[in-house]
Design a protein around this ligand. Structure first.
Ligand code: Y39
Ligand code: FE
Ligand code: FE
Ligand code: FE
Length: 230
């Protein structure tokens, strides 16, 4: 809370900071790479939107390049093995849904859950980032809102047919996000990002999205608390 109001003095060159950055930076690079391929796959599932999804995928590829530059700037080697494991459960669920042509679950995982996670993380990171990374992240987060919006609109237009699947996919995937957050809590803190702030931002963003799609307040409360443990 009040993260942006506190004077933040972070030494971006300490061993401790760069060690934590090697994992968070890798997560973001891996996340952007997976988002790229997720959008290409969504373009396969929804041929009438292939061009749109290809456009979103290209943005994700640019984001990845930007974050690779951020790591380079701090002379950090990204721990990609860690990042791949970090995303493996969510990635597996996306691939399972893709294999059965389950557009709704694919959209929930990538366009709602992962985009809201990205928006929360990037917004919390910007005020505490080094100046180079801050500029990059400010550009990236604007795109993530577009991605979230795209998924919201499709789901809003297909709400009645998607509702049951969305609830089920939420139940299956939201607990994974909370587990992921716990795994990065300590590293995020070294970077000046509090878990409490990340959870708060995620909840606000995700709840707003569910509301736009068509869920009522009671649904939203029930759905966004799913699997959340302190
Ligand atoms: O749509 C996107 O670009 C999303 C892939 C990127 C996900 C980034 C995930 C950020 C989690 C970082 C956690 C740091 C506390
Ligand atoms: Fe705060
Ligand atoms: Fe992105
Ligand atoms: Fe995105």
């Amino acid at each position: 809370m009040g993260q942006t109001l506190e004077a933040v003095a972070i030494d971006y060159h300490t061993e401790n900071y760069r060690d934590a950055y090697s994992r968070i930076n890798a997560i973001v690079i891996e996340g952007e790479a997976e988002a790229y391929s997720n959008y290409l796959q969504l373009g396969e599932l929804l041929p009438e939107f292939t061009e749109d999804f290809t456009r979103l995928a290209k943005m994700e590829d640019r984001h990845k390049k930007g974050f690779i530059a951020c790591g380079k700037n701090l002379k950090v080697t990204a721990d990609m093995d860690f990042a791949e494991k970090f995303f493996s459960e969510l990635h597996g669920n996306f691939q399972k849904a893709f294999a059965t042509g389950d557009i709704v679950t694919c959209l929930l995982i990538q366009s709602l859950i992962i985009e809201c996670f990205a928006i929360a993380a990037y917004n919390i990171y910007i005020p505490v980032a080094d100046p180079f990374a801050r500029k990059i992240t400010e550009g990236v987060v604007k795109d993530e809102y577009l991605h979230l919006n795209f998924g919201e609109e499709w789901l809003q237009n297909h709400f009645d047919d998607s509702k049951v699947t969305l609830e089920q996919a939420n139940r299956q995937n939201l607990p994974i996000v909370w587990k992921m957050l716990n795994q990065v809590e300590a590293d995020a803190k070294v970077l000046g990002m509090e878990k409490e702030a990340l959870v708060e931002d995620f909840m606000i963003q995700y709840g707003e999205s569910l509301g736009k799609i068509g869920f009522n307040t009671r649904d939203i409360m029930r759905m966004s608390a799913m699997g959340l443990v302190a």
